[in-house]
Design a binder for this molecule. Structure first.
Ligand code: CUA
Length: 313
């Protein structure tokens, strides 16, 4: 069974995200095989047993059989529920990013990937990560739909323009894994490849320190200067004090209550919407007075501002 399984899937390198997928796939194959064998054997047996033996053989008139019909409806129904429940719990596990995850920003474009780190380093088509630690990718697209797929980790997540999506994994061993784009995105879709390169924590720290950081500013620093440059801090404080708009302090990850009585937890997509479409959700106790920053801030500007807001707890 082990070798047959190896033939069907590449070696699993992120058990925390992939073990349940592999087990479910094994279960589906096993059940399918048992049903195939059962149906085939029954078919051959009936063909021999009920073969027409003489010219006056008469077929008995059987209209239905309740027990039999219930059995072949209920058993598949139970199997489908098991597969659904199993798959759903695996999906929930993929949504629940561990709190201590190391964050990397991912930007997809036609046709490649850019990975950005907390110190400002940017790397194309190679994402370096530490082993034995959960890694969270915060992803966006500069143009069309793409999809981030790492077969070794059993993870696959669409990457969209104008919205952030996430995926996480934990590679246990050092080594390399292949990344594919798995959403058709134009001529060079099949060349839109990247590699995950897994280092030990020490090697990763050294690698990160050795990367050029462009202008020397980190995303957090860029985000902070943008808030001043764009006048955001005229209306929003960063220390919790009252101004025209809600303070940025403690905003990240907090529960927001809105004038229309809805609420949500502040994440990347909420902050992005608040910058580009400020009237969409008005925090309770405040007025709809802010203008949209659509066209004044680039996607990268918005990501940098979000990185800065994450530090204001
Ligand atoms: Cu990007 Cu396909």
């Amino acid at each position: 069974m082990g070798s047959l399984f190896d033939f069907m899937l590449p070696e699993l390198k992120s058990p925390l995200t992939g073990a349940s997928t592999d087990a479910l796939m094994g279960f589906i194959h096993l059940v399918s095989f048992i049903i195939l064998a059962g149906v085939t054997i029954a078919m051959i047996y009936f063909a021999i047993k009920y073969k027409r033996k003489s010219d006056d053989d008469e077929t008995p008139l059987i209209t239905h059989n309740n027990t039999l019909e219930l059995t072949w409806s209920v058993i598949p129904l139970i199997l489908v529920f098991i597969v659904f429940g199993w798959g759903y719990s695996g999906w929930l596990n993929l949504q629940a990013v561990p709190d201590n995850a190391y964050e990397i920003q991912v930007s997809a474009y036609k046709w490649g990937w850019t990975f950005s780190y907390e110190n400002g380093a940017q790397v194309g088509n190679e994402v370096h990560v530490p082993a034995g630690r959960p890694v969270k990718l915060v992803m966006k697209s500069q143009d069309v739909l793409h999809s981030f797929f790492v077969p070794d980790y059993r993870i696959k997540q669409d990457v969209l323009p104008n919205r952030y999506t996430y995926v996480w994994f934990q590679a246990e061993e050092t080594g390399e894994s292949q990344v594919f784009c798995t959403e058709y995105c134009g001529t060079s879709h099949s060349d839109m490849l990247a590699k995950v390169i897994v280092h030990s924590q020490d090697d990763f720290d050294n690698w990160l320190a050795s990367q050029s950081t462009g202008g020397g500013e980190t995303p957090v620093e860029r985000g902070e200067s943008l808030l001043t440059l764009q006048g955001c801090i005229t209306c929003h404080s960063v220390d919790g004090s009252e101004k025209i708009g809600p303070s940025f302090q403690g905003l990240w990850g907090s529960e927001r209550n809105f004038e229309n009585a809805s609420s949500l937890t502040a994440d990347e997509n909420y902050i992005r919407e608040s910058i580009l479409d400020p009237g969409a959700k008005i925090v309770q106790g405040y007025q709809n007075q802010m203008v949209s920053y659509e066209g004044r801030l680039s996607d990268d500007d918005i990501s940098d501002i979000i990185e800065y807001l994450k530090t204001l707890d």
